[in-house]
Design a protein around this ligand. Structure first.
Ligand SMILES: *Cc1c(COP(=O)(O)O)cnc(C)c1O
Length: 228
């Protein structure tokens, strides 16, 4: 893709986010999802004002890290195996996919060993798709209470991956429910579990997400084109 085309796409996504948020909510931060793309493809984004990117595989991230680390803050957005945590804990600005106590405990331990606190989001499962991971809606508060005392974690909010579907009404309902859960947990004011970030919305549904008050959207193919 040419630089002009890339810039055109980024501008379009930004405009659509602004329109969708419609003054009702702040415009969500655009996290460019750069998985499967090379550092050469990704680096021009820095000149377009993109400061944060998302990667979902540790191995791929480690390969590209030397070329990217000076230009971007990096979010780990995909499923994370416990034994990989130590490889990335010093290099990512946030882990968005915390959905189990053993994973939370590992991040806590590795962050403390590295002398830091790791910003994290708790991944929830809006459609109850168990195979995809994520904490079920009803269990989110109990899960937050369990991991909130881990001082190696800095809990910043929630992350959700919506199901792949063409049913906009169904999706609309899931985004609404997710925002409600976020607001409810925010009102609960749980100690050690700040509710500042709500990461939801991908290429197919970022406008809907912005309309429901996402604070970050994770957008890949709408910027880079469909993945091969
Ligand atoms: C790949 C991915 C995205 C971006 O998906 P697109 O549809 O390409 O925008 C967002 N979130 C997660 C967790 C992903 O794995």
């Amino acid at each position: 893709m040419t630089r002009e085309e890339l810039e055109r796409r980024v501008t379009l996504v930004r405009q659509e986010l602004e329109e969708a948020a419609n003054g009702r909510y702040p415009v969500p931060k655009l996290i460019a999802v750069t998985k499967t793309h090379s550092a050469e493809e990704i680096l021009p984004l820095a000149e377009m004002g993109i400061t944060e990117i998302g990667e979902n595989r540790v191995q791929e991230l480690l390969t590209k890290l030397p070329a990217l680390r000076d230009s971007f803050r990096i979010h780990l957005i995909g499923r994370l195996q416990r034994n990989k945590v130590k490889q990335i804990v010093g290099d990512v600005c946030m882990i968005q996919s915390v959905d189990s106590e053993p994973l939370a405990m590992e991040i806590h331990n590795r962050a403390l060993a590295a002398g830091k606190r790791m910003p994290v989001l708790v991944e929830i499962s809006p459609a109850g798709e168990e195979q995809k991971g994520g904490v079920p809606f009803e269990e989110t508060e109990a899960f937050l209470k369990k991991i909130a005392p881990l001082e190696g974690l800095e809990i910043r909010g929630l992350m959700a991956v919506m199901p792949l579907t063409e049913d906009r009404e169904y999706l609309d309902g899931l985004f609404a429910r997710t925002r409600e859960l976020f607001d409810r947990l925010k009102d609960r004011n749980l100690s050690g579990a700040a509710m500042e970030e709500l990461s939801m919305g991908m290429s197919g549904d970022y406008q809907l997400a912005a309309a429901h008050g996402a604070t970050m959207v994770r957008v890949g193919s709408a910027i880079f084109g469909p993945r091969g």
